[in-house]
Design a protein around this ligand. Structure first.
Ligand SMILES: NC(=O)c1ccc[n+]([C@@H]2O[C@H](COP(=O)([O-])OP(=O)(O)OC[C@H]3O[C@@H](n4cnc5c(N)ncnc54)[C@H](O)[C@@H]3O)[C@@H](O)[C@H]2O)c1
Length: 444
């Protein structure tokens, strides 16, 4: 990206006006928990815990300057009161019904939010069961040709913007995980992709049609699932053509979040790893989808890669070359959204003596994911106002498989990711980068 395109500090455009958050998969557990949660916070009935944009601070300057503003004040993020929501789903339920079915938030809270949630209804989805075999919703668009489906999505967006007087939009894919798709010829250039649209190429997944509609309308696109979607040269090219920021893939919550917290610590102390066995039980709609081998393969690829990148076995062969890493996900209906994940970590220390770490994490998947949707929507809106476009690597913090420029490797260490994020904000706001060197405090 050319430096001249980047707007800094006072030139970052204003946050005035409404921000529309567009969600394919609006009737799912993550979307409903996110939207109901934002409304609960707006009404003063809950706190946005887990959200960096709502609770995070950023140190500026030297440690003895005591300048630690809130991030949202420092960079000027859209306020929660200015958010409006719309989206698509293959089930017609309004958001009150959908949230009840997702069974994440308590019924008492949903009842209090009912007046608001019932006003939100999905648009019919662009859906192809070949990509999500275990769901069979029939609330889908009647158009069949790819081009017509893209136009129909654009029309929904334009109706939503007009009706609610929306200024700017971001799109966050919170739809089901699509079946594994290896990159094909049609994904390799925008020219091929456009021809593929004309010819209804079956390798163009529904998520790609949403992404194409969004990016070509100047709307940033975030991929919360592990689907290939925007991680292809064609849509990267489109994002550059329209100067739109994009980022993915797969929200980093639960087990992988813990993995990218613990693995950097073990590596920092140069403790060896022999094996890391991870297994989960989960019983929500997401787990039904992942019960299909195609969708599971997409997820598995996304869950396996962080350890390799963090541990760098090619640089530390004695410590990590023989690591056996296994991840399984099991659909187990009684647990609903309350996932339980176990990790059995076999490490070794001084003289090769073995030790073991066991983790039993009883988490709530969507409670961990909802603040990420909020942060990503607000940060991507900020990125666009700051003139950034293409892959937003500084948002790797939020993803299991962060996208990265060809020729680089992804950064998975959560602490490096956070430093990268905050330094990007300092850079854009004309503040010094913080290196944590600190020698100048001691040199008299
Ligand atoms: N919850 C987490 O912690 C977490 C973490 C990482 C990634 N994710 C991913 O986020 C996504 C959402 O998770 P969830 O738990 O809300 O799942 P969910 O199954 O509850 O919701 C997904 C929704 O997408 C809808 N859908 C499917 N295909 C669609 C299409 N083509 N267009 C519009 N809607 C469509 C489904 O009907 C469903 O309502 C999944 O892909 C999941 O893998 C979730």
């Amino acid at each position: 990206m050319k430096e001249k395109n980047i707007r800094k500090k006072e030139n970052i455009l204003s946050t005035n006006g409404k921000l529309g958050v567009l969600l394919p998969g609006i009737g799912g557990a993550v979307s409903t928990t996110f939207i109901a949660g934002v409304e609960a916070v707006r009404r003063g009935w809950g706190s946005p815990i887990g959200s960096l944009t709502q609770q995070g601070t950023i140190r500026l300057g030297k440690r003895d300057e005591n300048r630690v503003p809130e991030i949202k004040e420092f960079i000027g993020l859209a306020s929660l009161d200015n958010l409006e929501f719309a989206g698509w789903d293959i089930y017609e339920d309004n958001l009150y019904q959908a949230a009840l079915k997702a069974n994440v938030l308590k019924e008492g809270l949903l009842e209090k939010l009912r007046d608001f949630l019932e006003t939100l209804r999905p648009y019919p989805a662009v859906f192809n069961q070949n990509y999500v075999r275990n769901l069979d919703g029939n609330y889908v668009k009647s158009e069949e040709a790819h081009i017509d489906l893209v136009e129909a999505i654009k029309e929904d967006i334009s109706n939503f913007k007009q009706k609610n007087q929306i200024d700017r939009c971001v799109m966050v894919w919170c739809g089901s995980t699509e079946a594994y798709l290896a990159p094909q010829e049609v994904h390799q250039s925008l020219k091929n992709f456009r021809e593929g649209l004309e010819q209804n190429d079956p390798n163009i997944a529904p998520s790609m049609l949403y992404a194409y509609a969004a990016i070509s309308s100047g709307i940033p696109y975030i991929n919360g699932a592990p689907n290939l979607t925007i991680d292809i040269p064609a849509l990267l090219e489109l994002s550059k053509e329209h100067e739109v920021p994009i980022m993915g893939k797969d929200f980093k919550t639960g087990q992988t979040l813990l993995k990218t917290i613990i693995a950097p610590g073990l590596k920092a102390r140069l403790l060896g790893l022999k094996g890391w066995y991870s297994t989960n039980i989960l019983g929500n709609r997401d787990a039904i989808v992942l019960d299909d081998p195609g969708s599971y393969r997409t997820k598995k690829e996304s869950k396996l890669s962080p350890l390799t990148y963090i541990l760098q076995p090619h640089i530390y062969p004695k410590l990590y070359e023989k690591l056996y890493h296994k991840v399984t996900i099991n659909y187990y209906p009684p647990r609903g959204d309350d996932k339980e994940s176990w990790d059995c970590i076999d490490i070794f220390g001084w003289l090769g003596y073995p030790m073991h770490i066991k983790i039993d994490f009883l988490c709530k998947d969507s409670i961990l994911a909802a603040p990420l949707v909020l942060d990503l929507a607000l940060f991507m809106d900020f990125a666009q106002r700051a003139g950034l476009y293409g892959i937003q690597e500084w948002l790797s913090f939020y993803f299991k498989s962060p996208m990265y420029k060809e020729g680089l490797y992804p950064e998975h260490d959560l602490f490096i990711q956070l430093m990268k994020l905050k330094n990007t904000l300092r850079y854009l706001m004309g503040e010094e980068q913080i290196t944590h060197l600190g020698m100048d405090y001691y040199i008299e």
